[in-house]
Design a protein around this ligand. Sequence first.
Ligand SMILES: [Zn+2]
Length: 356
Amino acid sequence: MPITPDTLRLIEQMRRAVGSIVDNVTRSLVEAWVRAWDQMAIDVAAGIAEILQVGDGQWPSRRQIEQTARAMSALDVIAAALTRLAALVRSQTIAGAGAAARIALDGQGELIASQLPYGSTRAMAARYRRQQPDTVDAIVRRTAEQINAAHWPLAEEATAAMKRELIRGVVVGDNPRTAASRMMKNLEGEFNGGLTRALNLSRTEILDAHRQAAEIAQEDHSDVLGGWVWHAELNGTRTCPSCWAKHGTVHPLSEPGPIDHQQGRCSRTPKTKSWADLGFDFPEPPDSTPNAREVFDSLPEADRVAIMGRRRLELLDAGAIDWADLSTLRTTPEWRDSYGVAPVKDLERIAKQRAS
Ligand SMILES: [Zn+2]
């Protein structure tokens, strides 16, 4: 039953390990995107220069642009680069998901042992290692399916967005150089929009693979476990109000999760049954899971505002809303259900209902 300081240390260690996988993937995708743009910039600039010539002081029509050889070949270059980048996103995400899954599988035995009387659980770690390769394979396969899913046609989407941008054009005015640089900037913005989507997908899938692996490994210990605890990072101001509110909630082992919002970094901590239930005949130490509300209330005012936003914090401090109201379940056809931050307007409505 008790989550000990040792458990918390292990959670932190695991979080760092997964965090560094995510950071490395992020870094390599950002670098690849920057490099790709640098390589294309000359082609794109030549395409824009020709468009400006064709338009003779005006941004030309869609038809005129489509007859501009250089602009069209620049779009081909862009499409090819994005196709290559999509393959890189795929391979990086799959590798990251495998590594993150392995960390979760490796860590569960120790997390559980840290909550039991010393020396009682040496065998725990050995129990599930034997099936680890199969589990990692299955999770990696699932990650690959998610990325291949029709809702993520990165290259097509980003190329189409850049083409729309090109056809829409910019106000030319009297200085073609200004027009050209403005258009370059717009196109680069669209190109980097592809990076934003790729990073969101990649991080989300890697973190989900980690949680799925934890879930599978915890199932193998269902005889000693009473459930799992939603664990959010309570340091600094990165964690959103929804995850603050969810921290410390206990869930049945059969429940998947934490079903965090996209890019959510919360983890699933195994929680053992009470020592008495497990047949240990000595007093159980207290649970060390920090109380999120207490931690939050002890933060400097600036941090509290940074996390909640001013109005949300006012409602909370006034007691007009409850801590749990900060988190709300979202259902969309494109993705799994997830908990995210309740919008202020919903919180205002809840406050009004409570007051009446
Ligand atoms: Zn969150």
